[in-house]
Design a protein around this ligand. Structure first.
Ligand SMILES: Cc1ncc(COP(=O)(O)O)c(C=O)c1O
Ligand SMILES: N[C@@H](CCOP(=O)(O)O)C(=O)O
Length: 359
């Protein structure tokens, strides 16, 4: 008989951090064991900056993005409170996540997305999990307005990040970073779209520091795509445009919380171009082996842009959230590479060796 003791499985963010989350007492967790994502040291960025740069790889969540941390909480509460159907506006990831968690507990998912602006992988996820997907002639901000109106007038629970349970779940990423590093980083860098995530991280770092688990809170630096940078411009953008479709958002719902996070932490928002984002995405894949979707590389692009501007990160500990998996949007990833099939060869070792430059 084997003497091996079974290792306890990661329980998902609600049961790992329940006492720190402001959720209804004893709410049963609808979980796909989200969270517990790796913090990978970036040799490339650490070398460039002279800092210790850690990537919080949120693409390793069950549906491939950080949204799962918030969705386990929002769907658990919705189910507990007797909802039968859930709705979200989405640029893709929220819908994939909502649909998966709704499927897991038997809720009916309804998704509103901007027509023609959703990466195929994300659309496939929502559809495979049984969501009804309605494509709206409008942008994400229009979709969110519609989703709010639906939830006000019809029996359907809204699970975008305006639902407070979402931020409760998402703040667990900050807890995990502190748990791993032993303290908060000096600086935290991340992409910003609807601005729920930067707000959730700040809540998490603040709560953990207040509870004595960290001696400090990081400086929060949020980066947006230049064509969709309302927080940088200080005004909503009517027609946001960027190849990083996940953050193609002109009027972030958590605007005030995000600005408070930046101001209270001594941080800021800056914009980077689509070329910078796509280049950062490629470099991260090639140099660190971490394949993220375009929007997810926005923080890395921002860090590189800061270096170009002469900003120093030397000697600091820096956390960079890379928010979603690269496989969600392979079309945009490959678009910039031209002909990706190097050459076709015969099934012949000499031919292969020649083509590979070995002979
Ligand atoms: C992959 C990805 N990264 C970043 C963001 C931005 O996060 P937030 O909307 O919480 O600012 C989103 C969604 O907006 C996203 O899907
Ligand atoms: N990028 C998001 C936009 C909606 O954000 P949410 O956090 O408010 O749900 C998406 O994936 O749809």
């Amino acid at each position: 008989m084997s003497t091996t003791t079974a290792r306890p499985q990661w329980r998902g963010v609600i049961d790992e951090y329940r006492e720190l989350l402001d959720l209804p007492a004893g709410v049963p967790a609808v979980t796909l064991r989200e969270g517990g994502t790796p913090l990978v040291r970036s040799g490339w960025l650490s070398g460039l900056t002279g800092a210790e740069v850690w990537l919080k790889v949120e693409g390793n969540n069950p549906t491939g993005s950080f949204k799962d941390r918030g969705m386990t909480a929002a769907i658990s509460v919705a189910k507990h409170e007797g909802a039968r159907a859930v709705v979200c506006a989405s640029t893709g990831n929220t819908s994939a996540s909502m649909a998966a968690y709704a499927a897991n507990c038997g809720l009916t998912p309804l998704v509103l997305v901007p027509e023609g602006k959703i990466a195929a992988g994300k659309m496939a996820q929502a559809i495979m999990h049984g969501a009804q997907v309605l494509m709206v002639r409008g942008n994400f901000d229009d979709c969110l307005t519609l989703a709010r109106q639906l939830a006000e007038s019809y029996p359907v629970a809204l699970v975008n990040s305006v639902n407070p349970a979402r931020l409760e779940g998402q703040k667990t990423a900050a807890f995990e970073i502190v748990d791993f590093l032993g303290d908060a980083p000096d600086v935290h860098v991340l992409p910003v779209g609807n601005a729920g995530n930067i707000s959730a991280y700040w809540l998490g770092y603040t709560q953990y520091a207040a509870a004595g688990h960290a001696t400090r809170r990081p400086v929060m630096r949020g980066f947006q795509a230049a064509g969709a940078a309302p927080l940088v411009n200080g005004a909503p953008v009517a027609d946001p445009e960027t190849k990083a479709t996940a953050i193609r958002i002109g009027n972030p719902a958590s605007w005030k919380l995000a600005v408070a996070a930046a101001e209270e932490s001594g941080g800021r928002f800056r914009a980077v171009t689509d070329d910078q984002i796509l280049s950062a995405q490629r470099e991260l894949a090639r140099r660190d082996g971490v394949f993220v979707e375009p929007a997810s590389a926005t923080g890395v692009a921002g860090l590189l842009d800061d270096l170009d501007r002469g900003e120093s990160y030397a000697g600091l500990t820096v956390a960079v959230t890379v928010t979603g998996h690269g496989l969600k949007d392979t079309v945009t990833a490959l678009e910039g590479l031209g002909d990706v099939v190097d050459s076709v060869v015969d099934a012949d070792v000499a031919d292969v060796a020649r083509a590979a430059g070995l002979a």
